[in-house]
Design a protein around this ligand. Sequence first.
Ligand code: TRP
Length: 445
Amino acid sequence: MHAREQWKSRTGFILAAAGSAVGLGNIWRFPYLAGEHGGGVFLALYLIFVFTIGISILLAELTIGRAAKRQPAGAFRALGGGRWVAAGYFGVAAAFFVLSFYSVVGGWTLAYVVKATTGALDGATAGSAGQVFNALIADPLKPVAYHGVFMALTTFIVLRGVAGGIEATSKLLMPALFILLLVLVGRAVTLPNAGAGLAFYLQLDFEKVTGGTVIAALSQAFFSLSVGLGAMITYGSYLDVRESLPKSAAWVAIIDSGVAFLAGLLIFSAVFAFGLDPAAGPGLTFVTLPAIFGQMPGGTIFAFAFFLLLAVAALTSAVSLLEVPVAYLMDEHGVSRRRAALLLGAIVFLLGIPSSLSLGVWSDFTLFGLGVMDFMDSATTKILMPFGSILLSLFAGWVVYPRLARELMQPAGDRIAIPLRVWGIVCKFLGPAAIIWIMAASLFS
Ligand code: TRP
């Protein structure tokens, strides 16, 4: 057997893990949820959840991965015995299914990069931008083709390996992402009347908090940090003992929530500057923003930069989702990285096609009353992921706690940023309770 692949440097690992965390969840999902849930309060709740429960589970995943040196299925078996292996399978399966529709949206971002270059968004208004978006997602061919391109890029990066593919790409793309983001935020906050957006985004209006707000913020914190299905177990498994796990987890959480914060700043400044509706829902980035760019001097360039940013963020996240089942086939079935990546990349592509078509020609076909895309989304984010996370925190808190606590102390003498006790309490009680609550609430709503 080959020696397990490893990250080449600490910065490289942190950028790769941050690349996994920073994705469509931060730039597309976070702002539209914040817009729907009252702005500032949603932001505050999201940050609280990221730095309490979210970061604890992230730390648990990284620690499990480094201790076991396996992807989720193998890690649960190695540390907890055969009884626990099902918890790992949840993760591997969820990663696979999440990627199938994540990549469809990733394809839309590529389509918009192209639209920005070909002038299809020039002078867009709210009405015409809506038509452009609806025409794209309902088309039977184009979004499927873009989804194919997106999966091909993802597969290519994964098949180049941990250091040569994932780490190298993240080291190139993540700094580019920060620069693009800062330029765009700079432009947005200096628009006339951007202040109204800042007020909406930064003022705490507690009257807007409902049970739904709290749950949305908690599940967004998990999704955004890439926790709950073992992607971070997989990334942790390539980590050297010399790296501090708590510090790594802290960095990832800071970068992830920092990017979400900046994306919100960008979007709400722009939305309010042009007097549009912050609660536009999932269309906020694909419809509202193009309408803004269409009316802004130099808008075409900013539109291009924005959708490129979104595509880059989506790509490094998709890579982490594909790496979970690829590592599974490699570890557990001795398949070569190349074959595993090509095979799984192709299957994910096929699996995503019904999701894409469900927004157009196949919209009449439903599973449990949902279109295929919504079904995949709900089944993974509301059932598989929370289920996996409950098992994960119970496992970390009750079954292998002493082993993980030892792992966490390495390298020796590490000053732990989050006191170990608090972490233990979160894994034992708070984490499982919070997740059961999200699950129950979303099943009954
Ligand atoms: N965190 C990514 C985002 O915000 C999505 C993602 C990548 C993810 N890998 C994951 C979500 C693993 C859950 C689990 O877009």
